[in-house]
Design a binder for this molecule. Structure first.
Ligand code: ZN
Length: 172
């Protein structure tokens, strides 16, 4: 078996996986491994705060919390370059497009996880950060425009007042 084409490294949210060489689109690069839990055990694990549960189907959930499961280090992204697929009740991760070295490998954890575990406003994926940056920049621009408008108004006011004074003086 060839060595993994990625390494564990620091990401914005802790640890993540980063490509160490170009990876072709649709390459199967990992399996999400771990204990297989039934419904009750899965619910119990979820309640105890286990964030590494992968629901294979309505009866089987994989507990991927142990460190031997390299797939637990794929971070979530709303604009991912990988996705997961299930074959024979096993979960695999594959690339969605060609990957360049040093790119972080991510897949979409799904809307429920984003909403309930990460929080819609806490997502640190590149798309969400870009979106928040844009919103913040627009708000800044709006404030700057408002400030400029107010400054302009006060300049106009001052000009008018001084003109009035000049006129008044002239009349004397
Ligand atoms: Zn996001």
């Amino acid at each position: 078996m060839s060595r993994r084409p990625y390494r564990l490294g620091r990401s914005l949210t802790g640890l993540g996986l980063f490509a160490t060489r170009p990876i072709k689109k649709k390459s199967r690069i990992a399996e999400y491994t771990g204990r297989r839990l039934g419904i009750d055990a899965a619910l119990k694990a979820e309640k105890s705060g286990n964030r590494y549960l992968y629901e294979v189907n309505s009866k089987i959930t994989i507990d991927g919390a142990r460190h031997g499961n390299i797939a637990r280090y794929f971070n979530h992204s709303c604009n991912p370059n990988c996705d997961t697929f299930i074959r024979d009740k096993r979960v695999f991760i594959r690339t969605l497009r060609n990957i360049k070295p040093d790119e972080e490998l991510t897949y979409d954890y799904g809307r429920d996880y984003l909403k309930n575990v990460i929080g819609l406003e806490n997502c640190m994926c590149s798309r969400c950060r870009k979106r928040r940056k844009k919103v913040a920049a627009e708000a800044r621009l709006k404030r700057a425009r408002k400030k400029a408008r107010l400054a302009f108004k006060s300049v106009k006011k001052k000009t008018r007042v001084s003109r009035g004074r000049v006129k008044a003086k002239g009349r004397k």
